[in-house]
Every structure is written in structure tokens, then in C-alpha cells.
Design a protein around this ligand. Structure first.
Ligand SMILES: NC(=O)C1=CN([C@@H]2O[C@H](COP(=O)(O)OP(=O)(O)OC[C@H]3O[C@@H](n4cnc5c(N)ncnc54)[C@H](O)[C@@H]3O)[C@@H](O)[C@H]2O)C=CC1
Ligand SMILES: O=C(O)[C@@H]1CCC=N1
Length: 280
């Protein structure tokens, strides 16, 4: 990683913090190489400065020319205004990365200068502990050198996959939103454990270790998930009963609906923005 590289986050919410935490804690960048901005919430900027040592400043005071990489981390609905506000201030050799759900590289390119280098990124909040599954799709003008730079930067927050942009909505449904499904599963495990007399914090440890073990098996073993499942399932045993109940209660259907729901929302955000008056 270039030692002098300077990176600015526009947007100081949960996702920006999760990424900053990974980048600073792994020492991929020194805190003074990272700037975070928002519109006006100085208290939040001070909080991030105190936690990570990075520089915080409100958007109007931020000298955008002073950074090499700009990471857009506001809500998708605020993207268009933000892109138009930076359009005339940025140079072609600055890279604009966006972590926004549903914001395509062509949308960014159309709202910036014609030759602007842009990269669409989809991380998740496990960035905070350097365990994100992050996808990137480079825009048309980005150089290979800057794709490599983006990969190196994002490696600080977990695993990085370069994917075709037409897979980005699906990736968002599986991985960007994905941690929430496992947290929801865990909330329910804790609830059931509590109803059956187990301390919720102990249930959380046990449930999380079980998810972690299964995740590691899928990453480290060659068997398919179906085979790994079969290996646990004794005839007339407990797992068979559990899986039967899961199927009878629409387990597979629920997982499909969740991923498709998130994927379709990502597509919908793109379509809504493309139809917006400023865009036309
Ligand atoms: N939270 C998550 O798990 C993930 C979020 N994302 C994407 O990250 C983006 C941000 O999400 P969160 O951090 O959860 O939202 P958030 O609501 O916590 O943070 C958004 C931030 O953007 C700031 N902001 C809005 N407009 C601005 C502007 N014009 N200039 C400067 N700052 C501005 C707000 O003040 C706020 O600090 C979203 O677009 C979302 O799609 C992507 C992957 C995962
Ligand atoms: O809920 C959202 O829209 C964002 C994008 C992926 C995760 N959180």
C-alpha cells in the first residue's frame, strides 16, 4: 500500500465506521491518511476521531483535492446530490469508490466527468473485524493499477472478490445484507434457549461457535454443503427431525425469499435513481 495514499469517506455512518475500523486496525493506512466527512454532524466526526485517530470534517470544509481515493458511504438516495456536488472538484486520476447498494458504475460515470475512474464496492459490516466478504466491479475508465489498489485497500477488511457488475445485486442479497440473516437466526436461537431455561449469553456463545464451525467447514473441507449436512444426519436421529421441521416450515423458501428480497430491492434502487428528474 502506497504510504502516502489518502482516502476520504463521504458519509460517516455504520458502514464507513466498519471499514475505517478494519483499515486502521490492520495498519493498512495510518489514521492520518484517512478522512471522514458528513454534512453537519460534528459530534459523530469527533466520536470517530476519538476512536480511530482519523481526521473528521464536515463536507463543506473538506479539501477533496487532497485525497487519492474517495469512498462514497451515504444512503443511496443521497448519492446523486453528492456526485453532482463533487463533479467539478475532482480530477480524473482520483478514484471514486462507492459502497452504496444499487448504485451502478454507469450511474456514477454519468454524474461525474466523462473519464472518471469509478469502482462499485459491496462490503458488509463484518469489515469491523476484518471478516467482510467484499465484491468489487470496476467501471470503464479505471486503470488496472487502481483496481489493484482497491483490492489491497479492501483486503484490510476481509476477502475481496472481483465480480461482473450484473451479479452485484445478487451479491448484495447474499453478502452485503447477509450478516443480518445470521443475526436474525441468532436472535431466535437466544429466544428459544431462554424459553428453555438457558442463559441468553451462554446461548449466544454456543450458537455463534456453531455458526463459526459450520462456516469454517464449508471454507476448509471439500465436501459439498449437502454432503456435510448428510454427515450430521443419522437415520431417525435428532438432525433428521430438525431438518424435517425446517423444510415443513418453509426453511429453504424463507432463505430464497430473503436473498431475492434484498436482490430485488437493490435492482429497484437502481431503477428508481435512473428515473429521477436530475438524472434525465
Ligand atoms: N450498513 C451495512 O451493512 C451496509 C451498507 N452499505 C451501504 O452503505 C451506505 C451507508 O450505509 P450506512 O452506513 O448503514 O448508513 P448511515 O445512515 O449509518 O450513514 C450514512 C451517512 O452519510 C452521511 N451523508 C449523507 N449525505 C451526505 C453528503 N451529501 N455528504 C456527506 N455525508 C453525507 C450521513 O450524515 C451519515 O453519516 C448505504 O448506501 C448502504 O447501501 C453497503 C454494505 C453494507
Ligand atoms: O440495507 C441496506 O440497504 C444496506 C446495503 C447492504 C446492507 N445494508
Amino acid at each position: 500500500m502506497a504510504t502516502k495514499l489518502r482516502v476520504a469517506f463521504i458519509g460517516a455512518g455504520n458502514m464507513a465506521e466498519a471499514m475505517i475500523s478494519g483499515i486502521v486496525e490492520t495498519k493498512t493506512l495510518e489514521p492520518e491518511q484517512v478522512i471522514v466527512t458528513n454534512r453537519s454532524d460534528e459530534e459523530r466526526l469527533l466520536e470517530l476521531h476519538n476512536k480511530y485517530g482519523i481526521q473528521g470534517m464536515v463536507r463543506d470544509r473538506f479539501p477533496i483535492d487532497s485525497v487519492d481515493v474517495i469512498i462514497l458511504a451515504m444512503k443511496p438516495k443521497d448519492a446523486e446530490t453528492c456526485l453532482l456536488s463533487i463533479k467539478d472538484q475532482i480530477r480524473p486520476n482520483q478514484v471514486v469508490m462507492s459502497v452504496l447498494a444499487g448504485i451502478s458504475t454507469s450511474f456514477m460515470e454519468e454524474h461525474l466527468q466523462a473519464d472518471q475512474q469509478v469502482i462499485r464496492v459491496m462490503p458488509n459490516t463484518s469489515s469491523m473485524i476484518q471478516e467482510s466478504a467484499t465484491a468489487i466491479s470496476p467501471g470503464e475508465n479505471v486503470t488496472m493499477k487502481n483496481v489493484k489498489l482497491a483490492k489491497a485497500l479492501l483486503k484490510a477488511i476481509g476477502e475481496v472478490y472481483v465480480i461482473e457488475e450484473d451479479q452485484m445485486d445478487l451479491f448484495t442479497g447474499i453478502a452485503g445484507s447477509g450478516p443480518a440473516y445470521y443475526y436474525y437466526l441468532m436472535e431466535n436461537i437466544e429466544k428459544i434457549a431462554n424459553e428453555n431455561g438457558m442463559d441468553p449469553s451462554q446461548a449466544r456463545q454456543i450458537g455463534a461457535q456453531t455458526i463459526l464451525g459450520a462456516a469454517k467447514m464449508m471454507l476448509e473441507r471439500e465436501e459439498s454443503p449437502a454432503q456435510l449436512r448428510k454427515n450430521i444426519t443419522s437415520k431417525n436421529g435428532t438432525t433428521a427431525s430438525g431438518l424435517e421441521a425446517l423444510a415443513e416450515n418453509g426453511g429453504g423458501k424463507a432463505i430464497k425469499a430473503a436473498i431475492e428480497g434484498a436482490m430485488n430491492r437493490s435492482k429497484e434502487i437502481s431503477h428508481q435513481l435512473e428515473k429521477s428528474p436530475v438524472h434525465q
